[in-house]
Design a protein around this ligand. Structure first.
Ligand SMILES: [Zn+2]
Length: 328
């Protein structure tokens, strides 16, 4: 399932390519025909990711809420402006098991080459964005809808097709507020002391294991299975420790680490969770998941720090990877 960084990247893609443009909205598959009729002909005025959900605002005040879930994906076609990382990777950038970019470690300067604001010239292309990203050949524009396209957003030179989402609905502004309020803070949107406090105060009073709290989208937005496992390892935390048993400092550090990792994920398109890699080591890690994670999908392999075998267990029906020694 796409974790927070993917959804932010998709929202950025909409910001770069759709905001300001009137769009023809349709539902080639038919299941979103009524929603499409409410939106078509209006311009998109905002694109926002909150955790794993995306909200598109239209100029008559209605919003489109999308949750990709396990199978959802967007295909962008046409004259697409891509950010530097997507362009450098030919759009083929993955999260868990795809080849990555070979960029040098990204800088986060506002005007830096790899910053999110540096968008390259439009290129005629077709890019799929879901849990992974890849670029495919484009012949005609707009392309014939292929398969079960729930929503098509068609602007003059760009087209976005959505397939397989878990949620896709038109909302009024008040409903958007309600939907957003149900979500825990997202550090990419608000990395503020207030947001941090909100996270810390909830975590520190729950008896729920921290391994579950991190995945609870009402506690904090955007963390999925990969980031959960990696963050707990980085913090040296036992996934079964209750939220209540953590010190305030530990909870704060988790929030800050999530803000840090999420920002790297958005900038590079990879869930890079190792620090201090340079040169060949960094390029290897960007290309291959096996080289960029501490514990995720490393069950049975020796811990990179202590040599103990990494354990795999189920927690709330999701796979959890951890080192029983480093995270005792
Ligand atoms: Zn270890």
């Amino acid at each position: 399932m796409p974790e927070g960084h993917s959804v932010h990247r998709i929202a950025n893609q909409f910001q770069s390519n759709f905001v300001g443009s009137p769009v023809t909205v349709s539902s080639p598959q038919g299941r979103f025909a009524a929603g499409a009729a409410q939106l078509t002909g209006h311009a998109i005025t905002d694109a926002r990711a909150v955790g794993k959900q995306m909200f598109l605002e239209f100029d008559h005040g209605l919003w489109l809420r999308i949750h990709l879930g396990l199978y959802g994906a967007w295909d962008f076609t046409g004259e697409i402006r891509m950010d530097a990382t997507a362009a450098a990777a030919n759009g083929r950038m993955g999260q868990t098991n795809q080849r990555g970019t070979e960029l040098d470690p990204p800088t986060f300067d506002v005007d830096g080459e790899n910053s999110l604001s540096s968008i390259g010239a439009p290129r005629r292309s077709r890019v799929r964005m879901s849990e992974q990203e890849k670029e495919m050949g484009l012949k005609d524009f707009p392309p014939e809808p292929v398969g079960q396209v729930r929503v098509r957003l068609l602007a003059e030179t760009v087209c976005a097709d959505l397939r397989g989402p878990t949620a896709c609905e038109v909302l009024h502004p008040a409903q958007v507020v309600t939907a957003m309020n149900r979500l825990g803070p997202d550090p990419e949107l608000e990395n503020t002391p207030e947001a941090e406090e909100r996270f810390v105060s909830v975590v520190c009073k729950k008896t729920t294991p921290i391994g579950r709290l991190l995945m609870d989208q009402s506690v904090v937005s955007g963390i999925g299975n990969v980031y959960r496992a990696e963050m707990l390892f980085r913090a040296g935390l036992n996934p079964h420790a209750s939220g209540k048993s953590l010190s305030v400092e530990t909870a704060r550090a988790l929030w800050q680490d999530w803000a840090y990792l999420l920002h790297i994920g958005i900038a590079t398109g990879q869930m890079m969770t190792m620090d201090g890699l340079e040169g060949a080591g960094y390029r290897r890690a960007m290309r291959s998941r096996a080289d960029r994670h501490w514990v995720y999908k490393r069950e049975g392999l020796p811990c990179r720090v202590c040599g103990t075998h990494i354990v795999l267990e189920e927690m709330s029906a999701r796979k959890l990877y951890w080192c029983p020694r480093c995270q005792a």
